[in-house]
Design a protein around this ligand. Structure first.
Ligand code: ATP
Ligand code: BTN
Length: 331
């Protein structure tokens, strides 16, 4: 489903609003209020049931909403969303191959800046270099935002950090020991909780659009044994409302995005302050092969590594791992 917040609410949303007032309401009362037939009301109630809302229908008495599904439907998000631009248009599907792929398709069709793509699960959720992103149904947040900054391609890389910034801020506010592993991973207590995948399209030397994909583990109780991952639930022992997490992230993303259009220094500084890599001996692989000490993050977002021969090398892409016991650590 694709919804724009500015558009008039459809009958399904209006019926949902009535039912959310929590009282038993007759089909006749709804049909009068909306100016539609009782049969049309019944059809929309069936629609809502198909979306997972539990609605008891007692003949003569009316309809009662008894349970709301834990899905990120646009009309469940908007009542909590305080942003002006991000998430004002939302494409939601239960399953997508990848929210990034759908967002790219929509961006090519001129979707507005700030359009948000959400899925409850992804069949081909992707990390960098075609790696898989585990997307357990309705447990995590799998989101992609279409951004259209007016900037040259050379200034695109700090936008990866924007995703990390929002997750970092969210986790730090909960007192979690959070680190950013350049360029795109967020770790809590040494385990990966979130990943960011930035994809871009250019017109000449300028950015045409960016797709900022973020995967955040929220309510997962466990992960496949081969990945060293964690979730907000595992770290806090509390089940979180994904809707509340998402609206908070969007607020940070919007605020950060505005600031980024004027200046990137603050974001680079923050990435340095909470870096998992700086000061550590690292190994770079996947293209450039290099060993050295991660010394700094440059103003253009590159990782600066002091190589064994004392040369300072700028790394723009690649896999960087901490040498220590061949394991990533945030200690
Ligand atoms: P790098 O540090 O170089 O980015 P990475 O191993 O983290 O390397 P990425 O491409 O960034 O690789 O992320 C994909 C990897 O993340 C997967 O190979 C897997 O190990 C891990 N992963 C997959 N799904 C999840 C998830 N839901 N939560 C945490 N980690 C995951
Ligand atoms: C990484 O760690 O390499 C990045 C993982 C990014 C995962 C998110 S989930 C939402 C969006 N859709 C994708 O297919 N990937 C990103």
């Amino acid at each position: 489903m694709f919804y724009c917040r500015a558009n008039t609410k459809d009958n399904k949303q209006r019926i949902l609003e009535i039912l959310k007032q929590g009282e038993l309401v007759s089909g006749e009362a709804i049909s009068k209020e909306l100016g539609i037939s009782r049969n049309a009301v019944w059809k929309q109630v069936q629609n809502l049931k198909d979306l997972g809302y539990e609605i008891s229908a007692e003949t003569k008495l009316g309809y009662l909403l008894t349970s709301v599904p834990d899905f990120l439907y646009p009309f469940e998000i908007w009542p909590h969303l305080k942003t002006k631009k991000l998430g004002q248009a939302i494409y939601w599907d239960y399953e997508l191959t990848s929210t990034n792929d759908k967002a790219r398709e929509l961006a090519r069709q001129n979707a507005l800046e700030g359009t948000l793509v959400l899925a409850e699960t992804q069949s081909k959720g992707k990390g960098r270099r075609g790696r898989n992103w585990e997307s357990a149904p309705a447990q995590g947040i799998y989101m992609s935002l279409i951004l259209r900054p007016v900037a040259p391609l050379a200034k695109a890389s700090p936008y990866t950090f924007l995703g990390a910034y929002a997750v970092l801020r969210f986790c730090l506010l909960r007192g979690l020991l959070t680190k950013v592993k350049w360029p795109n991973d967020i770790y809590v207590n040494g385990k990966k909780i979130s990943g960011v995948l930035l994809e871009l399209s250019a017109t000449g030397q300028d950015i045409s659009y960016l797709v900022l994909g973020i995967g955040l583990n929220v309510n997962q109780r466990s992960f496949p044994v081969d990945i060293c991952a964690t979730s907000l639930f595992l770290e806090t022992d509390k089940t979180c409302s994904r809707n509340a997490v998402l609206t908070e992230l969007l607020l940070y993303l919007e605020e950060g995005y505005k600031r980024l259009s004027q200046d990137t220094t603050w974001l680079i500084e923050l990435m340095k302050e909470h870096s998992l890599l700086l000061g550590k001996e690292v190994v770079v692989s996947g293209g450039l092969e290099l060993e050295g000490v991660a010394e700094d993050i440059a103003s253009d977002g590159a990782l600066l590594i002091r190589a064994k021969d004392n040369e300072l090398v700028k790394v723009y892409a690649g896999d960087v791992s901490v040498r220590e016991k061949n394991k990533v650590s945030n200690k």
